[in-house]
Write a protein that binds this ligand. Structure first.
Ligand code: SF4
Length: 431
């Protein structure tokens, strides 16, 4: 399959009264953080008096926004993920969202997660109309327009032909390629608006911590090179024409850093070549994966240098959770506080020496944790560093799901002002 290039995607517009269609719009080519809604890559848009819907190059719905007075805010919108979830992006009243998560818009998810912020947009009738009932809403548009040019008519037929059942089936096909659904993406994937292609490098994780809500039962095991090649070929076929809108890779599942270093490098380079990230619309390819405390301590220095030499900017997110022995015991994480501390210091070294690799980490956050947890964490993120660092984000991950809390949010702001590393909240998001 040959991927399309920009010149194969002519920009066409059609307007007739209350219907307007624009094919092959070129959006931003680089992920950015900005306080108004930005769309990325090449896509097509249909607009009526009531709503706007945007579609991928595979004619699948991607974004939607209401235009009636019942829509919550004109700067807010819905996005459909590759896993066929809808996300409602809200401004959060613009108060504190950027400080909290490092992004201008707050993702409100349709499933229960650990977010401390946000409302209940999926209970709003207008949001339901455009997420749950988007196809019925679209089918209700009068497309019987004799003057509609042939290419626009063909495009309309194709978007109508993609039913919700088709999109659900395609999401299942994606999960089948990877082995199962990605239940958690690294917080750093926000830098690519979570538009990552998932490739399973290894299954399972080392620790099976008691507190963790995203783990599975699989023992840690790396995939073979042959399996990785097979996944990539299948991913290339599945993403089809829309592949040119992607340039970011997630190496799953929970501890890719623990895989052999030659396998990590092989997977990243083979993905770059097979998925043709170098030919895509989006610039600055990005690579994301998770790592464990033991994986950081065991990884050779050369791995990080070689990752730096790849055509990606790489973020590796390490689940430290706590540097306090009592807390580690309480949450059932079978690593010592000494090892967590050593891993933290190694990460700072890598951040200093490898320009294109950023090591980030997670600590848990909850009202019920021993007092030693915060003390031990601040000893690392503040006292162990002489100056404020621009690199090496620390993500605080609330332990409780479905429990937004002003008190915990207040604690977070207090810790953030004291941290010498950038500090954000981690909203657990799946693919
Ligand atoms: S926190 Fe990480 S290592 Fe622990 S069980 Fe969850 S996925 Fe596995």
């Amino acid at each position: 399959m040959e991927l399309p290039v920009l010149k194969d995607l002519p920009h066409l517009t059609y307007t007739d009264g209350d219907l307007s269609i624009e094919l092959n719009i070129l959006g931003n080519r680089e992920y950015t953080k900005i306080s108004y809604p930005v769309k990325y890559g090449v896509f097509s848009r249909l607009e009526t008096r009531d709503f706007i819907m945007e579609f991928t190059l595979n004619h699948e719905i991607r974004h939607a926004r209401g235009k009636t007075e019942n829509w919550l805010h004109p700067q807010e919108w819905l996005k459909r993920t590759r896993g066929n979830d809808w996300i409602y992006y809200s401004t959060g009243g613009y108060a504190g969202v950027f400080e909290s998560i490092g992004e201008y818009y707050l993702p409100n998810l349709m499933y229960t997660t650990n977010s401390l912020l946000g409302g209940r947009p999926f209970a709003e009738p207008e949001v339901i109309r455009l997420s749950e009932n988007w196809h019925r809403t679209l089918a209700g548009v009068d497309f019987n327009r004799p003057d509609m040019p042939g290419p626009v008519r063909e495009w309309v037929d194709k978007i109508l032909a993609k039913t919700p059942a088709d999109l659900e089936k395609k999401a299942s096909a994606l999960f089948d390629i990877c082995g199962e659904r990605t239940t958690v993406l690294p917080p750093d994937a926000r830098h690519s608006d979570y538009d990552v292609i998932p490739l399973t490098l290894s299954d399972g994780c080392l620790y099976k911590c008691r507190f963790c809500k995203v783990k599975n039962k699989k023992a840690f095991a790396p995939r073979s090179k042959e399996n990785i090649r097979g996944q990539l070929q299948a991913l290339r076929d599945l993403y089809g024409d829309d592949l040119i809108n992607y340039n970011s890779l997630f190496l799953g599942e929970h501890d890719a850093l623990n895989a052999p270093d030659d396998l990590i490098l092989f997977a990243a380079q083979t993905a770059y070549d097979t998925l043709e990230f170098g030919r895509g619309i989006m610039t600055r390819p990005a690579l994301y994966f998770f790592g464990s405390v033991d994986a950081v301590l065991n990884a050779p220095d050369d791995l990080f240098k070689e990752l730096s030499a790849l055509p990606f900017s790489t973020c590796i997110n390490i689940g430290l959770e706590s540097a306090d022995p009592e807390t580690l015991e309480k949450i059932g994480k079978p690593v010592t506080a000494e090892k967590v501390t050593m891993a933290f210091h190694r990460m700072q070294e890598i951040n200093k020496t490898c320009q294109k690799v950023e090591m980030t980490c997670n600590f848990i956050m909850d009202e019920g944790l021993p007092a030693g947890h915060t003390t031990a964490m601040m000893a690392l993120v503040r006292d162990s560093l002489r100056f404020t660092q621009p690199k090496g984000s620390v993500y605080l991950s609330p332990l409780r799901f479905g429990r937004p809390s002003r008190e915990v949010l207040f604690d977070f702001y207090h810790l953030k002002t004291r941290s010498r590393l950038p500090m954000f909240l981690y909203i657990i998001q799946r693919l």
